[in-house]
Design a protein around this ligand. Structure first.
Ligand SMILES: Cc1cc2nc3c(=O)[nH]c(=O)nc-3n(C[C@H](O)[C@H](O)[C@H](O)COP(=O)(O)OP(=O)(O)OC[C@H]3O[C@@H](n4cnc5c(N)ncnc54)[C@H](O)[C@@H]3O)c2cc1C
Ligand code: FES
Ligand code: FES
Length: 1322
């Protein structure tokens, strides 16, 4: 080892850093420890959430601040703490959401505005969002931009939106989050900001600003602690050493370290910079030593001269972007534009918090060694980049092409730097200033425009062109065409096509031949997803690059051709002309102002008011406690599931991978350890086993539970488990609905849940002028992607009891299951459920076995046991939405009036019943939304050897809505008539509604759909826009737009629910309800209802009662019969239960109130309660709300119009505008309901346009996380999203006239676009 290394190591034997201003000094750190692991397990700061563990979601984002003692400057940037290694933060200050602001020291205005703009629902994403935005704010306000208006920051609206573009939220639909962020922007128009609790419509900008939690841009800073600055100045240095972690400060030291490693066989050390590569290549092995390259000056340089720009391999992508954008003293002039274009492309790589720590060199090494589908490799390849490599003492300079093509780099080789040549200067001598121009453009097609998604294909094209002497065309003097990420070993240059094009005058024929040639050169390798789409992109991108030069060369030569980016710029200019007022695509902001129309009501104050969600501020500061945030009791163990990878196989045994001995394993729990019944789930729908007994029934079936000292060890051990299977003499598994039909494998639906056919199908078909027979449709599955995965903590208690904390939509069923499995009476079990980090139905049933497995392990080992499932296992076991195959026959008249519809639906229910038996009824409830004349159906629940499917937001209804709209579209296209007219003619009259829905149709005045339908046409200018779109499509060859208006009718069923209200001596009120808070705002509505209910006592101070109410966690021993929180009606039934309690309490208090009033003239709430205590009035009441026959079921209505644009060359799809009206009756809280509407709609966009949940041929889920499972992000939602909540007045049978809007109801309106077309960004 080099001397210098030894010396530095002596100086620094411990790690010193600050978290939220608190000093931490650590020694003996395992160098593989991530910052997230440390923060969550060894500090009180639990706001850093683990959601994906691979850099893909932003839940774990922290602000990392570095102090430069020479410049006396602090650099602040975000990183994902799940990938950042703890040892790399030596000398840094870390700020988590609690450090940004908190309930004790005061919330930051970001957090207060998130609450006030209704931007937090389940809250699991919110701390990460706030930190991402805080970083953007701090950095913008450090710039020397002009001072903003008082109360605003220097940030722009566009930057505010982009600041949160890498963070995922599954609940809100992003619009309110974007609004909260935009409220800080210097250039924001206050009119554009959406619904919030700060101001009322129509107030002046000054008043609005005065109502916002104030922000002072002068005080914005990350507060780097002085003590740490002093330590750094005193020479503690920034270099981390010790703990098997090396930070060499010179190339020589690095060489010595690598030689040392070579003595050990070259495998014990790992070079790291940002460690973000582990997000993709999950490393199971631990290294003995780590070498951090950040401190070697040669690897961190950025040097510009006339020949180009040299970038050290350890330079982060963010720094590289900044350097490439900076104007420089050499005045490259147009040469600078190539760099800027590269920077623009780099900005779409990953997310800001990955780019801030991920290095350019790390990216290229991943591409070279491991075939990572890199963007950097492709774009740098096209501009002739050079690389400098060091192997031992040997230094080598290669072209990037040579570097990528050579065998994987040896582990002792180091990439030192890259050099991007300056094209302008290089070509100056050879090209004439007047007629030779350089074009450079980069492309990437990915599911998300702003990045945070690997590309299906990326490309970069550079071309020198000159105008032919007769001005009839362009000559290609030189061209470089690079492609990558399309399922190839590494990025490549299409050399033969380049040669073909060079020297040619561009013409349609030349381009056609080039494209044909390209198609045979760039071909995706076998096994890659969407190969045909990728191949079409190859062609589309080249066409997009070159075709403008062919179409109108004269026009271009007459002044369009201004230099770089000419082709794309030309296209954009053309587009702008054609778009007229519709063109918003190229506006720099992602979203344009959206309208939210609500009608608050004072009738039942405070019910009906748009008050912020309870607990939103503590969710934003990260102080809200989720199950995994509960500190581990001493002696706590952690569990992980071992699941089957075979669909149907006998289990002979489990052992651990020989040669890999798992650390810390305490026990392996299997079916043999169950003292009671082998049940993982006991519900009214049916039971399922906890662990496979002898035979595993599907891939993903639970086989055992490995328990270890940490979650990491438990997960590693589960990964190392090898299951010995035996398939002899077993029937082949059923892996499709067709096989299930062949083998008559079905789940039986109880007659009570069997929907009824409507009318006479044969008669309807006979009346038809046209028929479509046996047409087919197919729908896939969807994963919940709740940000918080399944989790539970079980703690054994005295006298054979057990307490289980769980993230769960069904505490009651969980309670019953645990008692049965453990073989103990129900009163020995206590299930506690406070907060869920997203459910969407995925925690209705699937959370029960998770809690039961923990309870069983804890019971057996008599030690606390917890689990926080990793994303991969969660995805494998979740089951998700029901996939199905549909065959339909439909008869219709020539004017589009449908006379009869018949559906044969095969639903893949999976292996266990779960909630599948509700599917037929749920589907038919929505299938009836049109007047089909007659509706006949045969819905089969196919029992397969696939994971059981569960309820997912609007189960069955989403699919049914898609089916109905597909049929309507089919009829319209068969008749070649406008689809909206087919919808119109088939909308129900009240009579047909009653015919289809019987008594659930309600009174005629309650049928609000026709008025919603017309109102929406007016508010969205539907007919006008339809005409304009026709014009747009006529004048645009490659971009097409469509507009569609879709109705929804939903049959709501209200379930019973308990409630309990207790008034404490000080007048504060505590409430329990059966429903659980999933982020849907149930607690907020319950609070409002309690305040309203008790205010009927009519005494002083009841106006502010809402502030005195606290709704507390569900506790199955305190309040029984909680049932399941699902179906969107739990809020209203919980509210009704509470109202009943309040009525009882008011009645009990009335006599006393009247007596006191007589004595005192007036009476305040506190006094009344004090007196009630003294008079022994019973101040606790409980109730069970049971809906009566007339109020048990009703219909909900809504409609939406959406306008979508598709780029035919690339598949890029943009939702330009959505207008939606939803009938909420008299909303209990319009802000909460609006959040549900927008969130549900965006989840629908995910299902139909983005999310894919594929399995292998055995049914094992192969999409294992954020790399492949793409939920919507802020850049994929409608650019303009206008929502109106219709107050349809009094409904006698509803809870205070309200109607359900919840986790389920609106997403089915997002069905208008058919099966997911990929979206792209170029
Ligand atoms: C969520 C996410 C999304 C992403 N999306 C994209 C994308 O869309 N497009 C894209 O191109 N990339 C993408 N990336 C990849 C990202 O750019 C790389 O992870 C990052 O650049 C790697 O840099 P690092 O410093 O973190 O490397 P590390 O993780 O520290 O190292 C990566 C590997 O390279 C080795 N190594 C690092 N530097 C050197 C060196 N100088 N010499 C020799 N070996 C070295 C390490 O030993 C390790 O094996 C994404 C990454 C994440 C986490
Ligand atoms: S948990 Fe770190 S980015 Fe998702
Ligand atoms: S509020 Fe964003 S994930 Fe729930």
């Amino acid at each position: 080892m080099g001397e210098g290394v030894t010396e530095t190591r002596k100086e620094m034997s411990s790690l010193v850093f600050a978290v939220n201003g608190q000093r931490f000094e650590l020694s003996n750190v395992d160098p593989s420890t991530t910052l997230l692991e440390f923060l969550r397990s060894q500090t009180p700061f639990k706001s850093v959430k683990l959601s994906c563990g691979e850099g893909g979601c932003g839940a774990c984002v922290v602000l990392l601040s570095k102090y430069d003692p020479v410049l006396d400057q602090v650099e602040d940037f975000t990183v994902s703490s799940c990938l950042t290694l703890l040892c790399s933060v030596n000398g840094c200050s870390i700020t988590t959401a609690e450090g940004v602001g908190n309930s004790k020291g005061g919330f930051h205005p970001i957090q207060e505005r998130f609450a006030g703009f209704h931007a937090s629902q389940c809250g699991f994403c919110t701390p990460g969002m706030c930190v991402s935005f805080f970083s953007a704010l701090v950095n913008a306000d450090k710039t020397n931009r002009p001072e903003p208006r008082p109360g605003f920051s220097k940030l722009t609206v566009s930057e505010a939106e982009k600041a949160i573009a890498g963070n995922l939220c599954r609940c809100t639909g992003y619009r309110p989050i974007a609004d909260a962020c935009k409220s800080f922007a210097a250039d924001v128009d206050m009119e554009d900001l959406g619904l919030n609790s700060f101001w009322k419509k129509g107030e002046s900008d000054e008043v609005k600003l005065s109502r916002l939690p104030s922000y002072n841009n002068c005080t914005a800073n990350s507060k780097f602690p002085e003590f740490l600055k002093m330590e750094i100045r005193a020479g503690a240095g920034l270099v981390s050493e010790g703990h098997r972690w090396y930070g060499p400060t010179s190339v020589e030291q690095l060489q010595s370290l690598l030689e040392m490693d070579e003595d050990n066989g070259g495998t014990s050390m790992k070079i790291v910079v940002g460690n973000t590569g582990t997000g993709y290549y999950k490393e199971l092995r631990c290294y003995e030593r780590y070498i951090d390259l950040k401190y070697i000056p040669e690897l961190s340089i950025i040097r510009k001269d006339q020949t180009g720009i040299e970038i050290g391999a350890a330079v982060t992508i963010s720094r590289a972007i900044k350097a490439l954008r900076e104007e420089n003293e050499y005045e490259f002039h147009r040469g600078q534009m190539v760099f800027k274009r590269i920077a623009d492309h780099m900005e779409k790589i990953a997310t800001a918090f990955v780019r801030n720590s991920g290095s350019v060199g790390g990216n290229l090494i991943m591409a070279q060694r491991k075939q990572f589908p890199s963007d950097i490799a492709t774009i740098l390849l096209s501009v002739g980049t050079l690389v400098n490599i060091m192997t031992g003492q040997k230094l080598e300079k290669l072209t990037l092409e040579e570097f990528l093509e050579m065998p994987p780099l040896h582990s002792k080789s180091v990439l030192l730097s890259i050099k991007i040549p300056c094209w302008e200067s290089r070509n100056k001598d050879t090209s004439s200033e007047t007629d030779t121009k350089l074009l450079f453009e980069t492309y990437r097609a990915s599911p998300r425009p702003l990045g945070n998604a690997l590309p299906y294909l990326n490309a970069a094209f550079l071309a020198e062109i000159s105008l032919c002497s007769n001005s009839t065309g362009f000559m290609l003097n030189n061209c470089q065409l690079a492609f990558g990420a399309y399922g190839t070993k590494h990025s490549i240059k299409a050399t033969k096509v380049e040669e073909f094009l060079t020297g040619k005058v561009l013409s349609v024929g030349v381009l056609y031949d080039a494209i044909k040639f390209l198609g045979t050169t760039i071909t995706p390798e076998d096994g890659i997803s969407s190969p045909a789409y990728r191949s079409s992109l190859v062609v589309g991108f080249l066409f997009e690059f070159l075709s403008p030069l062919i179409d109108t060369p004269a026009e271009i030569s007459n002044g369009w051709l201004t230099g770089y980016n000419c082709a794309k710029w030309f296209i954009d200019s053309k587009l702008k002309q054609n778009n007229g007022q519709f063109d918003e695509i190229k506006l720099p902001t992602l979203l344009s102002s959206a309208k939210q129309v609500i009608q608050s009501s004072k009738e039942y104050h405070p019910v009906g008011e748009a008050i912020p969600k309870t607990g939103a501020a503590i969710q934003a500061s990260g102080e809200a406690v989720y199950v995994d945030d509960i500190p581990s009791p001493s002696n706590c163990l952690h569990g992980a599931f071992i699941y089957s990878t075979e669909p149907l196989a006998r289990l002979k045994g489990i052992k651990f991978n020989p040669g890999w001995s798992p650390d810390g394993v305490a026990a392996l729990i299997t079916v043999k350890d169950i003292p009671g019944e082998n049940v993982g789930c006991v519900t009214v729908f049916g039971n399922e086993p906890l662990y496979a007994d002898e035979v595993a029934q599907c891939a993903g079936d639970r086989i055992a539970f490995v328990v270890a000292d940490t979650q990491k060890h438990a997960d590693l051990a589960a990964n190392l488990a090898v299951i010995d299977y035996d398939k002899e003499n077993l029937e082949p598994p059923i892996l499709s609905v067709e096989e299930a039909v062949e083998r008559c494998s079905f789940l039986e639906v109880p007659s009570l849940l069997c929907p009824e056919q409507v009318g006479d199908f044969s008669k309807g078909m006979a009346e038809a002028d046209h028929q479509i027979l046996s047409a087919k449709l197919k729908l896939g599955s969807q994963y919940y992607f709740y940000m918080e995965t399944q989790t539970a903590l079980a703690v054994p208690d005295e006298d054979n009891c057990i307490v289980v904390y769980t993230s769960n939509q069904s505490p009651e069923f969980t309670h019953d299951t645990i008692a049965k499995c453990l073989g103990i009476p129900g009163h020995n079990v206590r299930v506690i459920m406070r907060r869920v980090g997203g459910g969407f139905g995925g925690k209705a049933i699937k959370s029960i076995p998770v809690a039961t497995a923990c309870a069983l392990a804890a019971y057996k080992l008599q030690r606390p046991v917890r689990i926080y499932m990793n994303r991969k296992t969660d995805m494998i076991m979740a089951g998700g939405r029901h996939p199905m195959k549909i065959t339909y026959s439909v008869g219709f008249k020539s004017n589009g009036k449908i006379t009869a519809l018949k559906l044969d639906i095969l639903i893949d229910a999976g292996v266990y019943p779960d909630v599948s038996i509700i599917m037929p009824k749920a589907m038919v409830g929505t299938l009836k939304k049109y007047d089909w004349g007659a509706l006949s159906f045969d819905i089969k629940l196919c029992k397969t050897n696939l994971p059981s499917r569960s309820a997912m937001r609007a189960p069955g209804e989403v699919q049914a809505s898609f089916i109905t709209e597909a049929i309507i579209e089919h009829v319209a296209s068969t008749l070649s008539i406008d689809v909206d007219s087919v919808r119109n003619i088939n909308l129900h009259t009240y009579n047909s509604l009653e015919f289809f829905y019987k008594s659930n149709a309600g009174e005629p005045f309650e049928y609000t759909l026709p008025s919603i339908w017309d109102k929406l046409a007016t508010s969205s200018s539907f007919y006008n826009r339809t005409e304009m779109i026709k014009e747009f499509n006529r004048s645009n060859k490659w971009r097409k737009r469509g507009i569609s208006r879709v109705p929804t009718v939903h049959e709501v069923v209200v379930s019973p629910n308990p409630g309990k209200v207790s008034i404490l001596r000080d007048g504060s009120i505590v409430v329990e309800v059966g429903g659980v808070e999933l982020g849907q705002g149930l607690w907020t509505k319950v609070k409002q209802m309690t305040a309203y209910g008790l205010s009927l006592i009519q005494c002083g101070g009841t106006d502010e009662l809402v502030e005195k109410v606290r709704v507390i966690q569900a506790d199955t021993l305190s309040l029984i019969q909680g049932g399941m929180t699902s179906g969107s009606t739990t809020s209203e039934s919980s509210c009704e239960a509470v109202r009943l309690c309040c009525n009882v309490l008011v009645e009990r208090l009335t006599a006393l109130r009247e007596r006191l009033l007589k004595q005192m003239g007036s009476i305040e709430w506190e006094t009344l309660i004090m007196q009630a205590y003294m008079n022994s009035v019973n101040l606790s009441a409980s109730s069970l709300f049971i809906p009566g026959i007339s109020s048990r079921a009703y219909l909900n209505y809504g409609a939406a119009v959406s306008e979508v644009e598709i780029n035919l060359l690339t598949g890029e799809t943009t939702i330009l505008q959505t207008d939606l009206i939803y009938d909420c009756g008299q909303s209990l809280n319009p802000a909460v309901d609006l959040g549900q509407i927008e969130g549900a709609y965006v989840q629908g966009i995910g299902f139909f346009m983005l999310e894919e949940y594929p399995t292998n041929s055995d049914g094992l889920v192969i999409s294992k996380g954020t790399w492949t499972y793409k939920i919507p992000t802020v850049d994929t939602i409608p650019r303009q999203f206008n929502v109106e909540i219709l107050n349809s007045g009094h409904h006698q049978n509803r809870v205070l006239s309200s109607k359900a809007v919840g986790m389920d109801r609106v997403r089915k309106q997002g069905v208008l676009w058919g099966p997911r077309p990929p979206t792209t960004q170029t």
